[in-house]
Each structure stands twice: as C-alpha cells, then as structure tokens.
Design a protein around this ligand. Structure first.
Ligand SMILES: NC(=O)c1ccc[n+]([C@@H]2O[C@H](COP(=O)([O-])OP(=O)(O)OC[C@H]3O[C@@H](n4cnc5c(N)ncnc54)[C@H](OP(=O)(O)O)[C@@H]3O)[C@@H](O)[C@H]2O)c1
Length: 330
C-alpha cells in the first residue's frame, strides 16, 4: 500500500481531495522508472489542481503534485538504476499525469533529471518548479542581453515562490532588484533576500494609461501579469526584456505597443513545463551552484502530506510566503 492525496470528482462534478491508502498497483502503468518519493512542494498550480480549478486535471481520480524528488527503486531504463536520486518537474506531471503527493510514483524516464551534485532531494523541492522557472527566466533575459549594468530589474509578485527565488538569484548575480509586493509587512523579508528596494503593488497597479512612461527597468521578471505587466512594458529601458511567467493578477492587459516600436522592448514567454531535458539539467545545475542553502532554508517551511490540502487553498488566496516543502512520508 502507498499513501497519496487523491482528488476525486463526485456525480455533481464537485471536486474533493483526501489522503488515502491505495494499492501501489493503481499507479500509472506507462512509467519505466519507479520512485520512492521523498519530498514534494506546493506551487500555485498545485492549489488549482487540488481544488479542481483551471481545467488542468483531465481525469479523476487524480494524484496532484507537479514537483517531486526521490530515490529510484526499479528501472527499465539503463540510464537510471535503483538508488539513483532523481527530480521530476513540469511536463504536466501532477496535472494530466499522477504527480508527487504520494509515497511512490511511476514515471517515464525521459521526464526525469538526475539530482545535481551538491543538492539534496529536500533542497531540490525547496526550489521546485518555482526555483526552476526563476532561473529559466533569468537565463532567458541574459541570453537576450540583460546585464547588471543595464539598470534595476523589477520582480513582480516578489513575495511568492518564483519571485522570492528570482530576487535572491538576481541579487547574487549583481543585479539591483526592485521587488514589487502587495504585502508591506514582508518588505524586510524581501530586502533580506537581496532586494535593493520595494515597489508597492497598489502604486504599480494604478496605471495612468499613458502610452509610455519614464524608462526605469533594465529587465523584469513578471510573476503576476494582468495590468501590472501592461504597465511594466511602458516603463522598460531601451532594448530591455520582460520574462512573463505568471498571471496571479490576471491574464489580460491593456497595453501599448509603442514601447516595442520606440524602445525595442521585448516580452519573452516562459514555459517551464516543456523545457527539453538537456536544458532542464543545465538549469538544475545552475541552481545547485548559485542558490545559497542558508537563504533557501530561511524562505521555506515544511509540512506533511496531511497538511497539503489546506495549504493548497492558502496559496490560491495569496497567503503563502516563500516556499512550502512537503515531506510525503510524514
Ligand atoms: N510559466 C511557468 O512555467 C510557471 C512556472 C511556475 C509558476 N508559474 C506561475 O507564476 C505565478 C507565480 O507562481 P508562484 O509559485 O510564485 O505563486 P505564489 O507563491 O502564490 O506567488 C504569487 C505571488 O503573486 C502575488 N499576487 C497574488 N495575488 C495577486 C494579485 N491579485 N495581484 C498582483 N499580485 C498578486 C503575491 O505576491 P506579493 O504578495 O509579494 O504581492 C503572491 O505571493 C503563478 O501564476 C504561477 O502559476 C508559471
């Protein structure tokens, strides 16, 4: 028997989640690597999947958990052997496939990354998709010319998982980070992570509706989207780029294209789900090298499997600070 969070849909189509003991034989049978899951974590998307929102889960019953890491117990692929530590993230795991909120998982080997040197499975889940996406966004902006000399980098939704880690990583690479948050009470936390200054979300959301504004930002990691992204586009410096990765403020915006034409501003879409395996491994290696472990530990709290359902609601309400890791065996 294994322990798992099972999300079910009733006849009235209402979705409910509970921790259950199930037969291991119920795991998906198309995986070629069996993994004893050690840690998972909670992302905004997990909140959606746990609550049947966003149309992410295609069939029920379902085990959510978009990220997990653990130890291989059996493998039909020579690249993995029992005892190997592996990370699974993205690629619609926990959405269309059963995910990491279980003590065992069965996965397809082409979706798995070996744990990089110098990182534990627990640390990998402190970072999870949030850390992965933060690094992916930074690499994308730098590949397109962003440098610390180019000016302040705006991080929106800085108090969330992606935003907090992006703040740390950018500061470590020498950037001056302007951290936008709607929670004044976490200003000290954000400056502790390396933010040079705090930007009030309400001020940023109060868009005066101009076609362009003073050019302030040398780059932007946008975790919130909506009109805040629309505003940021108008405040970018010449040639600067925005990594658009999230939509907690909404999925639509009223923006001007003039900054694209007169300032050469670019918006890069960031999709962590479909990153090819070699680049996936590269991003994990960079995270292992650059993310300071003490800072990472300071921004994380740990819960057991039984507490995931409640925290899945809280993350949707924007009440979560930093990262929550899940010890699935607790
Ligand atoms: N593209 C990808 O591959 C990818 C990967 C991971 C995550 N994401 C997306 O990125 C976003 C952030 O993910 P996350 O894991 O960091 O989530 P999170 O931990 O819940 O953080 C989201 C942050 O957004 C801010 N926020 C919440 N409601 C808001 C609102 N109404 N208006 C403006 N800001 C608001 C809050 O920051 P403050 O309290 O500091 O204001 C909150 O902490 C989500 O939309 C998620 O789905 C996308």
């Amino acid at each position: 028997m294994i322990k798992a969070i099972i999300v079910e849909q009733g006849e009235d189509r209402a979705v409910s989640a509970s921790v259950q003991e199930i037969e291991e034989s119920r795991l998906p049978d198309d995986g070629d690597v069996d993994i004893a899951v050690e840690y998972s974590n909670i992302n905004y998307k997990d909140g959606l999947c746990l609550n049947g929102l966003g149309g992410l889960v295609r069939s029920y019953p379902h085990v959510p958990g978009i990220d997990f890491a653990g130890e291989v117990t059996a493998s039909r692929d020579p690249n993995f052997k029992p005892g190997d530590k592996v990370i699974m993230g993205g690629q619609r795991g926990g959405e269309v496939r059963w995910g990491g909120y279980a003590t065992m998982a069965s996965e397809q080997s082409q979706r798995l990354v070996h744990l990089p040197d110098g990182m534990t499975t627990r640390e990998s889940q402190m970072l999870g998709t949030a850390g992965f996406t933060a690094m992916q966004a930074i690499m994308r902006l730098e590949a397109n010319g962003m440098t610390p000399e180019g000016g302040e980098v705006l991080v929106t939704g800085a108090g969330g998982g992606v935003g907090s880690i992006a703040t740390v990583l950018l500061a470590r690479r020498g950037y001056a980070v302007a951290a936008m948050t709607g929670r004044a009470e976490i200003a000290d936390y954000l400056t502790g992570l390396g933010a040079a200054r705090i930007v009030d979300r309400a001020e940023m959301a109060d868009d005066p509706g101009k076609v362009m504004e003073s050019a302030v930002w040398g780059g932007c990691i946008d975790c919130v989207g909506g009109q805040i992204l629309g505003r940021a586009i108008k405040q970018m410096k010449n040639g600067a780029g925005i990594a658009s990765l999230g939509n907690t403020a909404g999925a639509t915006m009223n923006a001007s294209i003039i900054p694209f034409l007169l300032r050469g501003v670019s918006v890069y879409g960031i999709d962590s789900v479909t990153v090819p395996l070699p680049q996936r491994a590269e991003i994990w290696t960079a995270l292992a090298a650059e993310m300071p472990k003490d800072v990472l530990a300071g921004m994380c709290s740990e819960i057991g499997l039984g507490e995931v359902i409640e925290h899945g609601r809280q993350i949707l309400d924007g009440k979560v600070r930093g990262r929550i890791i899940v010890d699935v065996n607790r």
